[in-house]
Design a binder for this molecule. Sequence first.
Ligand code: MLT
Length: 249
Amino acid sequence: MKAPALLLIHGFPLDHTIWDKNIEALSEVTEVLAPDLRGFGGSSTTDATTPMETFASDLMKLLDQRGLRQVIPCGLSMGGYIAMALAELAPERVAGLILCNTRSLADTEEAREGRRNTANDARTKGMHVIARAMAPKVLGATTRSTHPEMVAHIEAMIAGQGAHGTAAASLGMAERPDRTAVLRNFHKPTLVITGDEDELMPLPTSKAMAEALPNAQLVVLDKAGHLSNMEQPAAFNAAVIHFLRSHFS
Ligand code: MLT
């Protein structure tokens, strides 16, 4: 039996190219989809705010177009928020979940204020300001010292995103609900992945999600920060492939 297709959902404010070091290896096991979300990469938006549910319903339309009844959403950070929204809105389309460097909790009021500032900065100061501030934070200390070129690569990727899409997604993240209860009721196989050097989603956050899920396994990648799939692609791919082979073949 071939595993259901993997739906790779990128983080904020990035695009599908974050999966460049994963797609080939994962495609050996199953079909892989890695779209650009609304307002990112090759996609544009006119929304003022893009809630996670809107991203999830865009993805459902994509599945319909591809004739895919069920997939395994694999979302990183904001992509994880969207994967959880998908599991709540259309559980029948979700065969399992892979939640990477993400959290099920809603934002604090302080975090919401930060989102509004990010949206405002994107629109008024431009994406290069967001890019310069964010790029070092999304990579772990090991990657920053051993692969400084990755900081520049991420900075360029963020700077290349549209200000409007970035602002809309930032405001959308601010209004997302706590989805811990969704995880508690999700009994299908789930893999929670994080990096031991993730400064944005500390390890206890991932541990709490894995504990809330009835059927989850937690994998902590060594020397990986927030972009664990890019920073330790071989270990990330191996963890995903092991998960797929254990539960879906
Ligand atoms: C991401 O990588 O998608 C963001 O860090 C998510 C967030 O800001 O909560």
